[in-house]
Structures are given as C-alpha cells and as structure tokens.
Design a protein around this ligand. Structure first.
Ligand code: ZN
Length: 256
C-alpha cells in the first residue's frame, strides 16, 4: 500500500509543498464560489473567460504530473507535445460542461498531489524539462504549480487579490519575473522598489536596472508590485523619474 505522507523529508521542499497545497485549496474555494453561469464570464486575462482559466489550471496540473512521473520512472514524458497542443487543449477544455470542468480541476489536482506524495526522496533531484525547455530538478515542479494556482485564482476575478497570496510566494514570484526581464534585457532604465518590509527579505527589496544613472522608479507594497510586475494592473503603484512623480505608472515589461 502506498504511503499516505510525503516521501521527502527536506524541510524546504515540504514548505514549498505546503504553499502549493494551500494555493490549490485557495483556487478551489474561489472556483466553488462561482455559479455555473459565472464560469461564462470574463477573467482578468485578455480573451479568456473563467472557463479558459479553469481548463488551463486543470491541464497544467496534468502536465506537471507528467514531469513528476518522468522523475519517478526515468521515462521522458514532456509537459505538452507542443505549444499548439497546449493551446488547443485549453480552448477545448473551455467548452466542457460546468461539472466536467470542475471535475477536471479537482481530479487533476488530486492526481498531481498523489504523484508528489509518492515520489521517493532521491527522485526529487532527477532532472526534467519544462515547456520552455529549461532543465530543472523535479523539485521545481512544486514552485511551477504554486505560482499557477495563486495567480490564476486572482485571474478568476471574483474577489481574490494579490494581497491574498502569501508573502514568500509573492517575493519569489517578483524575483522570478524581474529576473526574467534582466535575462532578456527588457528592464533597461527601470528600477522597481518594494516599499513595505517583508518578513525574511532584505530591508530594501530593489529589482530591475539597479545601475542605471537616471531610471524610472516604480514602487509600491509587495502585493501591488508583484501584481504590476505580473502584468495585472498598476493599482497601488507610483512612479517617479528624476525625483518628479509621473502621472502614469508605465506598464511592466512582458513576463512570459
Ligand atoms: Zn498559467
């Protein structure tokens, strides 16, 4: 009989699993608050209804479970055969009946959780490949899922905000996003400052083009800053240039 508890004893990984499970429970709660009719409504993502978001989050769990199975068996199973297949799957999923859509979310989340739970401690270090082609240890699948469930719960647009997302998740997400800008060089002359103090983080959380002589400075609390960086609006943010306030906060560089 399979064990009913995680096989890993790594405290960092167990903490990460907790955030992923909390995020999944949070997404489930927001989804349950929506009536079947509400599912037809718009999400915060351009061109996507809430149905698209739920389908995407469901298929994402299946895709991540395939990576965990890869780490468990050594048999290469990619997240998606191609980007086209991924997109087609989401568009198809969005046409499912409300009950089928809700089942897709529930069953895929349970399946992924079982794959994580039963993955032997050593296999968490086995390398797998993400849809972007990055080679990462299986441990990374936990973070990949964590950011999906928390951010897309907000995208359902029925009351969740970035303030609902735990600080460690926000901090890591902001680091991820600004790191991606930096790698691509899309953060030129843009400095990002978090204005509130965050537990476990340096007193000054500063990202972006930190060596620019005269950058545009975009600042706000961690939740608002991460929301802005993720391309989901500039509510709660302020911007200055050469010490003077800007009337409009510039849009963040693209994330993905
Ligand atoms: Zn997503």
């Amino acid at each position: 009989m399979a064990a009913r508890h995680d096989q890993t004893t790594d405290p960092v990984l167990l903490d990460g699993l907790l955030q992923a499970r909390r995020g999944t429970a949070f997404f489930a709660r927001k989804l349950n608050e929506l009536t079947d009719e509400d599912l037809d409504g718009d999400s915060l993502l351009p061109g996507w209804t809430r149905r698209h978001v739920v389908a995407h989050v469901g298929y994402n769990a299946r895709a991540i479970a395939r990576l965990v199975e890869w780490a468990a068996t050594g048999v290469e199973t990619p997240m998606y055969p191609s980007v086209e297949v991924r997109n087609h799957e989401i568009n198809f999923g969005a046409t499912l009946s409300p009950i089928a859509l809700r089942n897709l979310f529930d069953h895929s989340a349970v399946h992924l959780n079982v794959e994580w739970r039963d993955l032997p401690a050593d296999n968490w270090h086995h390398k797998v490949k993400t849809v972007q082609g990055r080679v990462v240890p299986a441990e990374e699948t936990v973070w990949m899922r964590t950011r999906e469930v928390w951010v897309h719960a907000v995208d359902l647009d029925n009351g969740a905000t970035f303030k609902d997302i735990p600080e460690p998740v926000l901090a890591r997400l902001l680091q991820d996003i600004t790191g991606a800008w930096h790698t691509r060089g899309t953060d030129k002359d843009l400095l990002v400052q978090v204005t509130d103090s965050v537990t476990g983080q340096p007193a000054a959380m500063v990202f972006g083009d930190t060596t620019a002589p005269s950058p545009t400075v975009v600042s706000g609390p961690l939740a608002a800053t991460t929301q802005w960086a993720a391309g989901r609006g500039s509510k709660g943010m302020a911007a200055t240039h050469d010490g003077g306030p800007l009337e409009q906060v510039p849009a963040a560089p693209a994330w993905i």
